[in-house]
Design a protein around this ligand. Structure first.
Ligand SMILES: [Zn+2]
Length: 131
């Protein structure tokens, strides 16, 4: 018996969208890469939100990466950690899908930046220019 479902047979767009994610979870929390022959992307669910972790990408301009290239680190329930600057979010998992899409990870907060830079701002430049 479904709890608070949005439709009777889970045939609406939202239900089809989230049933696809249930299939990814059944596939070992993996989803096929967009890149032909690429490794599967990991699926993370943290705090009731759904994420796909694409491989770290240092060549694509940040505006084309997930969250503008923001670095995320996920710690999975098995203790493993993955960091990526190309994380895509599919949104908050609806209540009636939470039992089928339980959290499998937590997002580790990024270390706060130190208030002062530990070296002079031109240090790198001056050594470069005096060579
Ligand atoms: Zn529905």
């Amino acid at each position: 018996m479904l709890d608070q479902s949005c439709c009777t047979n889970e045939t609406c767009f939202d239900c089809r969208f989230w049933n696809e994610k249930v299939a990814w979870a059944a596939n070992g929390d993996l989803v096929a890469s967009r890149l032909p022959g690429g490794p599967n992307d990991r699926v993370a669910r943290a705090g009731g939100w759904h994420y796909v972790i694409r491989p770290m990408d240092h060549t694509t301009p940040p505006q084309f990466l997930g969250f503008g290239g923001r670095l995320f680190t996920f710690r999975f329930n098995d203790g493993s950690e993955i960091s990526s600057n190309n994380v895509m979010c599919q949104g908050e998992i609806p209540a009636h899908f939470r039992d089928r899409l339980p959290d499998n990870a937590a997002i580790i907060p990024v270390e706060p930046r130190p208030k002062t830079i530990p070296f002079g701002p031109l240090e790198g430049l001056t050594t470069e220019n005096t060579r």
